[in-house]
Design a binder for this molecule. Sequence first.
Ligand code: NCD
Length: 338
Amino acid sequence: MHVAALHTPSQIQLNQHGQLKHFLTIEGLSKQTLTKILDTAHSFINDQNQLVTTPILQGHTVMNLFFENSTRTRTTFEAAAKRLSANVLNIDIARSSTSKGETLRDTLWNLEAMAADIFVVRHSSSGAAHFIAETVCPNIAIINAGDGRHAHPTQAMLDMLTIRRETKKPFEQLSVAIIGDIKHSRVARSDVSALQTLGCKDIRVIAPNTLLPFGFDEYGEGVRLFNNMEQGIRDCDVIITLRIQNERIHSPALSSQSEFYKLFGLNQARLALAKPDCIVMHPGPMNRGVEIDSSIADGPQSVILHQVTNGIAVRMAVLALSMQGQLQEKGLIEAISV
Ligand code: NCD
């Protein structure tokens, strides 16, 4: 039997002019494309550090399809689409006709027939966004808002924007530590990939062995593994803490949450080992007293809430750039050139 191979992410994510068409994963995108996203996001923040509102996507329709829970990601996509003057529809999946036996394919085709231009998709299955872009709705721009434990590309880009704006140093000069549940985290995967593409040479992954993926070497260049917090965190410029993804853990990976906090929780004594101006990040939702101490989450080195605001700018950039081809045809492209 012949099975047609799925296109690789880089082939499917770009149009024939090399412009972003779908945004499914960081893998396969060039430094130039990631920098374009960061520069475009930056252009949506004014000199007073406020997000702008622009008519770039007036007349376009963005549909939020969240098959899995979310607060920050769904709301910031909605805020981003509104700041670009798009129409936004939040589809209530739990109450949609899929619960009456309609297939996902039929639901999506019906939504497409309602004149959607962009689907923002979150799904618990790895590969869901790719599948929709490849085989169900290739003419709609598909933005992956998190698929299983695979990828969360807009989170990675908002993390990169936050690092760039807060450290004001080139990625080549930064030491970045990512701590916690690497195995089940789509954020860790996408962050590592974005850091590598942007030139970061010192990426430290800090976790107990039970929370590391099998064959850890797959992360490749520039990535070092530490099982010890004190060693891993020393002299780093950026710390990214991660939540333990209990919803994706089906057999015990930890003796207890308090044991995790004791060995891998970010507390003041450990933070003092990093550079004095080290920034602390977390994608949220955060479990205080498990992966991070409250005094750090609310302290002067925390940029966790800046990440949320930068998330709107990055999502504006990705939404606008995914429509670039269409805008160009209408002669509107200068509106998003940076
Ligand atoms: C992350 C996610 O959903 O993958 N959160 C987010 O998008 N803000 C991380 C998490 O759920 O822990």
